[in-house]
Design a protein around this ligand. Structure first.
Ligand SMILES: *Cc1c(COP(=O)(O)O)cnc(C)c1O
Length: 384
């Protein structure tokens, strides 16, 4: 037997309480029993998304389904949308927009850069007909955190332009204030900060986004937002929902609300800081820029002369610690430690210890123990 540690930014570890809730015998979804569970889940998600003004809709799909639904429900073919991207999931937003025949104003950045609010302001001035600004808050591929609060303040001034935010690894890790920041559509996925298995996604729809919906003519059926809203008014779902996942979701929400949103964000901030300090103490460089580091995942440059894919492989095969490699251009050049959701200090200590043993095996020159020592200092409050 080898004990396993899942240190990736999705899927993430699922607490035993949630797994047990999901193991309950199946119930029928057209029953008062399920309605009560569904309404508890929706009410809890509203707290987590920090919204009262928006509707929260739940879908059976991974996060990408929610991303696609945002385009299908807000636009007409030929509409102009401004997509700011600095990673793989921003790239996906552009791909989906193009599939739906939208005219994309493509604000492309390096993966090591943040999206600049001033560029959004300029793009809106140059494209007064733009119907949307689309930004990934927490870029999982790069660990970069984009300032959706500042961008929200800009887009909010435009009455027929909706702000679509992928917060799939933002929710449950970093502040994401849907109402206060003027975010019209905010999405997340179950296998990230919600501490659930994959298969469920949720998003918020603001009154402004509903106006975009009323105007939109793009084809939609399974992901037609209005079907979900109408059915939710009757405390049910348009189609068979992922019953067990929604039962698990109510349990995860109970755990999250018990801890409190502010405390969850503080915990993630500490986990991220310890991971960063640990890796820097080992002489490695962080990938994300200091002004835009999220708390969901820590990407780190692989040291010169070391095989990045071997780091991931040895950590998994020899020590049972699964971390993520780099994606696209950064495959083999960076590795990523996820700490989003059900994580505590010893997950980080364990990972840094496995990383040290792996780096030692690969012939990297560093002081053994310095990574975990730096992380311990953060957890002990000596270093902040
Ligand atoms: C995980 C993730 C998604 C969605 O990916 P799925 O595999 O469809 O769940 C989208 N955006 C970001 C930033 C993500 O981390």
């Amino acid at each position: 037997m080898q004990k396993q540690y899942l240190m990736t930014p999705g899927p993430t570890p699922v607490p035993a309480e949630v797994l047990l809730a999901q193991a309950r015998p199946m119930i029928h979804h057209r029953t008062p029993d399920f309605s009560a569970i569904l309404m508890e889940a929706v009410a809890g998600l509203k707290v987590i998304f920090q919204t009262q003004a928006s509707d929260v809709l739940i879908f059976s799909c991974s996060g990408t389904g929610a991303m696609e639904s945002a385009f299908a429900n807000c636009f007409c073919a030929g509409d102009t949308v401004i997509v700011a991207r600095n990673g793989k999931f921003g790239d996906r937003m552009v791909q989906i927009a193009k599939v739906y025949g939208l005219s994309v104003v493509d604000l492309s950045y390096e993966w090591t850069e943040t999206v600049k609010p001033a560029d959004i302001e300029r793009a809106l001035a140059e494209n007064p007909a733009a119907r949307s600004v689309v930004v990934v808050q927490s870029e999982t591929s790069s660990g970069v955190l984009n300032d959706v609060e500042a961008i929200g303040a800009i887009v909010r001034e435009r009455h027929d332009c909706v702000f679509i935010v992928d917060s799939i690894t933002g929710i449950g890790a970093v502040p994401c204030k849907t109402d206060e920041w003027g975010l019209d559509v905010v999405m997340t996925g179950s296998q990230k900060g919600l501490m659930l298995p994959p298969g469920l996604a949720a998003l918020t729809v603001s009154p402004k986004a509903w106006k975009a919906y009323e105007r939109s003519t793009l084809p939609k059926y399974y992901f037609d937002w209005m079907k979900y809203k109408k059915n939710l008014e009757k405390e049910t779902t348009p189609f068979t929902p992922p019953v067990s996942l929604i039962i698990g979701l109510t349990e995860a929400i109970r755990m999250m609300l018990d801890e409190g949103i502010e405390n969850i964000i503080e915990r993630h901030s500490t986990l991220a800081e310890a991971t960063r300090r640990g890796c820097e103490a080992l002489g490695m460089k962080l990938f994300a820029p200091p002004e835009g580091r999220g708390s969901a995942v820590t990407p780190v440059w692989v040291p010169d002369g070391i095989d990045g894919k071997a780091i991931v492989k040895i950590m998994k095969n020899k020590y049972g610690v699964t971390i993520a490699g780099g994606q696209d251009d950064y495959a083999g050049r960076i590795f990523r430690v996820g700490h989003l959701g059900y994580f505590g200090p010893f997950d980080i200590i364990t990972t840094l210890a496995a990383l040290e043993m792996t780096l030692a095996e690969l012939g990297y020159d560093f002081e053994r123990g310095s990574g975990i020592k730096a992380a311990e200092a953060v957890f002990m409050g000596e270093d902040r």
